[in-house]
Structures are given as C-alpha cells and as structure tokens.
Design a protein around this ligand. Structure first.
Ligand SMILES: NC(=O)c1ccc[n+]([C@@H]2O[C@H](COP(=O)([O-])OP(=O)(O)OC[C@H]3O[C@@H](n4cnc5c(N)ncnc54)[C@H](O)[C@@H]3O)[C@@H](O)[C@H]2O)c1
Ligand SMILES: [Zn+2]
Length: 312
C-alpha cells in the first residue's frame, strides 16, 4: 500500500514538473515572439471566423459548429455548404434571407473585442504599416477602426449587396437594407431586399459555394491594394499574425504560409485547435483575445473587465 502511495506521489510530482517545463517553454516562446512583433517593420493580420468568437460570434467549424449556431438548419438537414448557395435566392428567398439577414443583423450588433484595437495600435505604429486579409464577411475590422483601404475581404462582405440575377451588375452598400427574420420559422419577412436596377431579389456580395455570379470587383480592388502594399515592403521585415483561420476553407492559412515561405516572414497562428502549422511557424493554442493579450502585453485585469462588459 505504502509503495502504491509512493508511486502516486512520484507520478504527481512528474506531472507537476512537466507542466512547469511546458509553461516555461511557452513563456520563452512568447518572449521571443513579442520581440519579433515589436521589431518587425510591417504587420499582416490574416483572420478567419475564429477571430470573432471572442466578440460573441459563432464560427462554422464542421457541421456541428454550424448547426449549434443555426439549429433550424439542422432540422432542415442543410449544412453550411448547402445553405451558403446563391440558388436559394431564386428557389426560396425567404430561407436565403433568413440565414443572411440574421447574420447581417448579428454582425451589425456585435462590438469587436478589445484584441482588434490592440492590433490596430500595433499596426499603426509600424514604419511600413499594416494590412488585414480576411475571409470573414462580417465587417468587424472596419467597425474596430481599421482603415478601409488596408483591408482585403477575400470572400466579400455582408455589408454590400448585388443582384441575384446574372448579368445585372453593380455592388452597393447594404447600409439602408433592413431584414426582419422569424427565427422560429427560419424565414425572412416581406419585404425582402430587391435590386435597385431590376427589382429582382438582391443578395449579399459574398462569395458562396457554386457561385458563378458573385461580383468580385470590390474584393479584387482590395486585393490589388494588398499586392501594392506587399510591393512597398522590399526587404523590410514582416510579421504575420493569423487568428481563427480554419482548415476546411484554407484561404487565409494558405496565404500566410505562402508569404512566410516566399518572403521569409514570421508566421504566428493563434487558434485554440486546428494545430496543423507548417515547420518554422509558431502556434499559440489559445483564443484570439487571450493570444493577443499574451503577445501584445496587455494586463489581465483589463481584459477580464472587458470580457465582463461584453458579456452583459
Ligand atoms: N464572421 C464571419 O464573417 C464568418 C463566420 C463564419 C463563417 N464565415 C465564412 O465561412 C468560411 C469559414 O472558414 P473559417 O476558416 O473562417 O472558419 P471555420 O468556422 O471553418 O473555423 C474557425 C476556426 O476558428 C478557430 N477558433 C474557434 N474559437 C476561436 C477563438 N476564440 N479564437 C481564435 N480561433 C478560434 C477554430 O479552431 C477554427 O480553426 C469562410 O469562408 C468565411 O467566409 C464567415
Ligand atoms: Zn438586378
């Protein structure tokens, strides 16, 4: 029996030592990353849906993640890929606008978490400035004060609209668009948004699945500005902070990895899971807000206070 307790004690001590070593390693890595971030001439922020989770937004990670956010879609047997399809605006516009109208209202109401502001302060302090590349369509970087001309929304924006009919061209602001949704029925209520030119149903200017008629001009113009910015960097040092980018639709992951390779940039992934990071990159296995707090040296009480406020 005594032998057994001795074993338990030794086991506990070893676990304690391993945790201590891992913690020290993490602290050392964070110190190194803080130095790299502070010394870099330019900052690129790449972000996926996980960036908004600490502001209270859902990500759509896997079918379960999506269905937790939209249990009505589970009842209808529709996955994110099924629902994020432009055909619904023709076949069943009330359903299409239930999904996108709910998201439009949600993103409008959301207050970006404090990590956005820390990133903006950091990026604005860089001699070569910053750029944001995001697959998010939620407009949260603009809302947090990032310069519109320094954002590339690779999959478009829910705050912009286009016609659902092919060949009826023009992208316009959704600022005056209002959508009321009956979430129990999962149906948007009339009147639904219509195209100012031809009066057909309008849709968000978002790249959906099987979307041959997404009007990408706005996103393309942003991308051009992004490429121009990269061109101004020359041999300056670049740090890439990737936040909440998933692996299922790896637009942002691929971008960061490609630039890390071709430009020798330091790539830091902040993501509580999805740990597939390439050799030479760094990974902080925490949420976006906590990761930014650790790297951008914000005090805990400030963060805790903010979380408390946003949870009210
Ligand atoms: N807010 C939005 O605009 C929004 C939301 C959902 C989906 N989408 C669209 O759907 C697609 C989804 O791809 P995706 O990779 O962006 O999202 P995803 O839902 O596939 O993956 C989300 C990622 O965020 C991580 N994550 C979860 N909580 C986090 C936190 N607190 N902090 C940091 N990371 C966290 C997850 O581990 C995962 O890797 C994109 O094409 C995008 O356009 C957009
Ligand atoms: Zn039209």
């Amino acid at each position: 029996m005594l032998k057994f307790f001795g074993f338990v004690d030794a086991f506990r001590q070893s676990v304690g030592s391993i945790i201590y070593i891992l913690k020290r390693q993490q602290e050392r890595m964070n110190d190194l990353l803080k130095r790299i971030i502070q010394d870099a001439d330019a900052l690129l922020i790449t972000a996926g849906a996980g960036m908004g989770v600490d502001s209270g937004l859902p990500d759509f990670r896997g079918n379960d993640g999506f269905w937790n956010a939209y249990p009505q879609a589970r009842m209808l047997g529709l996955s994110f890929i099924d629902l994020a399809n432009p055909d619904w605006f023709i076949k069943d516009p009330q359903l299409a606008w239930a999904f996108y109208g709910h998201r439009l209202n949600l993103y409008r109401q959301t207050v970006p978490h404090e990590g956005f502001r820390w990133l903006l302060e950091l990026g604005s302090s860089k001699p070569k400035g910053y750029f944001v590349a995001t697959s998010n369509v939620d407009g949260q970087f603009q809302k947090a004060g990032f310069n519109e001309t320094r954002i590339w929304e690779a999959h478009g924006s829910i705050h912009h609209m286009q016609c659902s009919k092919p060949h009826c061209e023009g992208i316009y602001s959704a600022d005056t668009t209002e959508v009321h949704v009956d979430m129990e029925q999962f149906k948007a209520l009339a009147p639904l948004p219509t195209c100012p030119t031809c009066k057909a149903i309008a849709r968000p200017n978002i790249l959906m699945f099987g979307d041959w008629f997404w009007q990408g001009e706005r996103s393309d113009a942003q991308h051009e500005r992004f490429i121009t910015w990269l061109g101004t960097l020359g041999s300056s040092s670049l740090v890439i902070i990737e936040l909440g980018a998933g692996t299922a639709i790896p637009t942002m992951r691929d971008l960061g990895e490609r630039l890390a390779k071709t430009r020798g940039a330091t790539l830091i992934h902040i993501n509580p899971s999805d740990a597939q990071v390439p050799q030479g990159a760094y990974w902080l296995a925490v949420g976006a807000l906590e990761g930014l707090r650790q790297l951008l040296r914000r005090d805990v009480s400030h963060t805790a206070q903010f979380l408390e406020q946003s949870n009210r």
